[in-house]
Design a protein around this ligand. Structure first.
Ligand code: Z5A
Length: 214
């Protein structure tokens, strides 16, 4: 791989193991002396941090279109302020959720028009697409259980519960949405997230080494 920026995104249902994989990849890239920029949506920029606390708060009454535009506002600022400069500086950008989450959650989950959402995404990103997207595929009931156990273990209060509060059927639609996207877009690589975290990391690492010449 040359020293041009590389943009990698991570998608999947809640609790699929994105954060866990990203942490392992940060260590892997750092060992290779590559400059990594770790970020997430929502909440990657300063404005985004404020938006995140509004968007994910289940007590805040937000209609589906307002929810969508909050995610898009977060993304617009994030791309301009954080992602584009990091790529320009030749960094490896690891982003926890990006455009595909909008299609899966607001499109497949909330039932909004996918073609329209795709156009909105293009406005928010200026057409920027990831080079690679890891889809951690897991049954939503498994992911939700993992996330719940993590919250108990780490004594985390659930003040970001807007989507956790949704029925299992909603989360099943999200998984279907991600799988449909992965069939359409070449940049996706699906990893079976049922495997233990180390195996998930080894598969992701091997794919990177084979396809991005690290
Ligand atoms: N959203 C949207 O609707 N539209 C949009 O455009 C965007 C987002 C960008 C953000 O949630 C929410 O916003 C998200 C979509 C919506 N809602 N949901 N649901 P978030 O950022 O707060 O959280 P999240 O993205 O859903 O992920 P998470 O709960 O943080 O999960 P994770 O990062 O994928 O998993 P983890 O923290 O790495 O792992 C969870 C636990 O499982 C933890 O205890 C790990 O130690 C354990 N784990 C991890 N991997 C494994 C394996 N392989 N085996 C066993 N246990 C494991």
């Amino acid at each position: 791989m040359n020293k041009k920026g590389l943009f990698i995104t991570f998608e999947g249902v809640e609790g699929a193991g994105k954060t866990t994989l990203i942490k392992k990849l940060v260590a892997f890239f750092t060992e290779k002396q590559r400059d990594v920029f770790l970020t997430r949506e929502p909440g990657g920029s300063e404005l985004g941090k404020k938006l995140r606390s509004i968007i994910l708060n289940a007590d805040e009454k937000i209609c589906p279109s307002a929810e969508l535009f909050l995610f898009l506002a977060d993304r617009s600022q994030h791309v301009e302020e954080c992602i584009k400069p990091a790529l320009k500086a030749g960094k490896i950008v690891l982003c926890d959720r990006f455009i595909d989450s909008t299609i899966a959650y607001q499109g497949y989950g909330r039932g909004m028009d996918i073609a329209q959402l795709t156009n909105f995404n293009t406005v928010a990103t200026g057409g920027l697409e990831p080079h690679l997207t890891f889809l951690l595929d897991l049954l939503p009931e498994r992911g939700l259980k993992r996330a719940k156990e993590r919250n108990i273990e780490q004594n985390l209060t659930i003040d970001e519960g807007r989507f956790e509060a949704e029925a299992l059927q909603f989360h099943q639609k999200i998984r279907e949405g991600f799988l449909a996207l992965a069939e359409q877009k070449k940049r996706f690589f699906i990893v079976n997230a049922e495997q233990d975290a180390e195996q998930v990391f080894c598969i992701a690492k091997q794919y990177l080494e084979e396809n991005f010449l690290l």
